[in-house]
Structures are given as structure tokens and as C-alpha cells.
Design a protein around this ligand. Structure first.
Ligand code: ATR
Length: 342
């Protein structure tokens, strides 16, 4: 059985989304190559992308960089763990359009398209997620995943932002369709000191008890936990965070106040608040995939793995309040089925 925790060298990955869009302008291929190389040279071999990041551009960026790294003999394909996702409908001509499709044909087609964008040297996807889950299409999507596993196009299956009952159902379907050879390998969900739903709703415990790796996206709360964004006007005009409730004027000041406890621990340990935030994610057993476009931030994030928090510090951090404001715009929350948080 595929084990993400065993395949990754360090207990951290890299979220590649911002290389293509969302947090400002895309970075170029040379910068992507430098980041991928630096990550691998420092033991981070787990890369997370999705078909919708840059409408496919992010998969092309990542595939091309890994291919070059392999060509330079820095890494073999087997040493890389590449995750991508499908299931979110996005249209370039109509950015407001959002939806979820997990139908059999959609999942099969999207996997083939991702493989083609990643390129022939990549050849297969280590971890293929449903980016958002439509529980009414679970039979369909798990059937498609079983075929993709059998064909060797993917090595394991993950879900993103799924509830316990959905994971349980998907798990039993996948086991049934693969004659017990596979189960859901990973759950990816937003988790950070400012987004702790997975602790209160039991998801983190459920994953640990069922051998499902928990992958924490936006572990820095999209940079709020770095303390470097103090004001919505610090963000560029094309930055997607300008639309997010947590960055709005009425919320951001209160959200930054949550950093006081983090700052005090960072000061004691002579490290940054971002490093404390990542150390906390690790301390509760989740694999953080911070996103960065900068080599010094990448190194700093990897260095956070050496920080050990005491039980008292973990307790204190686990009990700081959650951020004010929904995680996405209200329309997106509804489109993604996050109604329980509204
Ligand atoms: P996501 O998973 O959505 O990418 P995240 O990991 O919570 O979100 O946060 C990513 C943001 O944190 C980015 O704005 C990134 O900015 P850079 O591209 O400029 O690095 C920022 N970030 C990541 N690591 C950082 C670090 N060590 N110090 C400061 N900012 C950091």
C-alpha cells in the first residue's frame, strides 16, 4: 500500500500554486527550476500542484523543472513525489465561474490532460486528488481512480477538503473497486494556526487512526502568519487574497493580533513566526506544504523542521483563536460545499 509519509524524505512539501498565479505575477521557468532544485537538494521531494493552478500552467512549470533536474542527474523520478488534483471547474473566460465535477469521464480525461502537461519524463502521478468532492459522484470518481491505479497512471488517491463521512465512503468504495489493494492515502485540507477546523471536527484524529496522511495547505494562512502583510494595500492589484475575507480591513487587524503569542515563542527560539507556524503543523502530525516563490523563504521553511516545540508551547498555540472571516468568499464557500462553516 502507498504511504505518503514513507515516500517523502522530509516531513514537508512545497505548494506550487503561487508559481503560476493567485499571489501576484507568475514566476519564470528559471526561478521555478531554482526552487525545485533547492528543495530537492535540501531533502524536500514532495511537490503539490493542480490542474486549475494557472489553468494548467503550474503543471507545465513543475513537470518541465523536474524533467530538467532528472536530466542533470540530481534526482530520479522514483525519488520525487508529485501530487496533482482534478475536480474544480474553472473557466478562463469567466473567472467567477466555479463548480465541481467528479464524474467518471471527467476524472479520466483530467488525469490524461495532467499527464500530458506534466510531460513524458514524469509519466505517472504519485498522488491524484479530487480537489473538491461531490459526494453524489463518489461511486463514479472512485471507479475512475481504480482504473487509473490499475493502468499505472496514478500510484495513490487523495481527497481535498472532504468530511469524515465522505472519506469513509470513498475509502470503502476504493477498497472494493481495487480488491483491497488501495485505500485513500491522503487528505489535503487547509490547516494552520489560523484555520484549526480539522482539530475541532475530528478530521486530524480520524486520518491518523485510518493511516491517511494529512496534508496541510495554506499552513501560513496565505502569509498572514508571517506578519509581513499588515494591510490589504500591501497586496498587488492582481493578488487573489484581495478578495478573501480574512484580508479585508475589518478583519486583518484582529487577525494579526493572533500573532502575539506566536511572536513571543518565535522570539524565545530566535526564529520567525512562519517557522513557529510550520513547526506547530508538524507537531500535530500534519505534513505542511507551504507555498513560496523565494529561495530564502523556502530554506527558512525547511529549517523549521528542526524546531522542537514544548508541550506547553503546542498547547498554547493550539488554543489561540481562529481567524476572523471565512476562508474564501461566501460564493466560493457555497460552491465548494463548505456550508457548515458559514
Ligand atoms: P499557500 O499554501 O496558499 O501557498 P501559505 O503557504 O500559507 O499559502 O502562504 C504562502 C504565502 O506565504 C506566500 O505569499 C509566500 O510568499 P513568497 O512567495 O514571497 O515567499 C509567503 N511565504 C512563504 N514562506 C515564507 C517565509 N518563510 N517567510 C515569509 N513569507 C513566506
Amino acid at each position: 500500500m502507498f504511504s505518503l509519509t514513507k515516500k517523502i524524505i522530509k516531513h514537508q512539501g512545497i505548494g506550487c500554486m503561487s508559481w503560476a498565479e493567485f499571489y501576484g505575477s507568475p514566476i519564470d521557468d528559471i526561478q521555478v527550476l531554482s526552487l525545485v532544485k533547492l528543495a530537492i537538494e535540501n531533502g524536500v521531494n514532495f511537490f503539490d500542484t493542480a490542474d486549475v493552478y494557472g489553468y494548467g500552467v503550474n503543471e507545465e512549470q513543475l513537470g518541465s523543472a523536474i524533467s530538467k533536474i532528472m536530466g542533470q542527474g540530481i534526482s530520479t523520478r522514483e525519488e520525487i513525489v508529485l501530487a496533482t488534483k482534478c475536480g474544480i471547474i474553472r473557466e478562463k473566460d469567466d473567472p467567477s465561474k466555479r463548480g465541481v465535477d467528479n464524474s467518471y469521464d471527467y476524472v479520466m480525461n483530467k488525469c490524461n490532460q495532467s499527464l500530458s502537461r506534466l510531460g513524458p519524463d514524469i509519466g505517472y502521478i504519485d498522488l491524484f486528488y479530487l480537489h473538491r468532492v461531490n459526494k453524489d459522484q463518489l461511486e463514479d470518481s472512485m471507479k475512475a481512480m481504480a482504473v487509473l491505479l490499475d493502468e499505472g497512471k496514478i500510484l495513490s488517491v487523495g481527497l481535498s477538503e472532504a468530511s469524515i463521512d465522505v472519506i469513509e465512503k470513498a475509502n470503502s468504495l476504493l477498497k472494493e473497486y481495487t480488491q483491497g489493494k488501495h485505500q485513500i492515502s491522503a487528505l489535503q485540507t487547509e490547516l494552520s494556526l489560523m484555520s484549526k477546523q480539522a482539530l475541532s471536527n475530528g478530521l486530524l484524529d480520524f486520518c491518523r487512526d485510518n493511516d491517511i496522511s494529512f496534508v496541510a495547505y495554506s499552513p501560513l494562512c496565505r502569509a498572514l502568519l508571517t506578519g509581513e502583510i499588515e494591510n490589504i494595500d500591501d497586496l498587488g492589484s492582481d493578488d487573489f487574497r484581495r478578495s478573501l475575507p480574512r484580508f479585508q480591513k475589518e478583519n486583518i487587524k484582529d487577525n494579526l493580533k493572533l500573532l502575539d503569542a506566536v511572536k513571543s515563542i518565535a522570539c524565545d527560539k530566535s526564529c520567525t513566526t512562519a517557522q513557529v507556524a510550520l513547526a506547530w503543523v508538524k507537531s500535530i502530525g500534519a505534513i505542511a506544504i507551504p507555498g513560496t516563490t523565494k529561495e530564502n523563504n523556502l530554506l527558512s521553511n525547511i529549517q523549521s523542521l528542526a524546531i522542537n516545540l514544548t508541550d506547553d508551547e503546542i498547547h498554547l498555540l493550539s488554543n489561540i483563536g481562529s481567524a476572523k472571516g471565512y476562508r474564501y468568499t461566501e460564493a466560493a464557500m457555497r460552491a465548494y460545499g463548505f456550508d457548515d462553516e458559514i
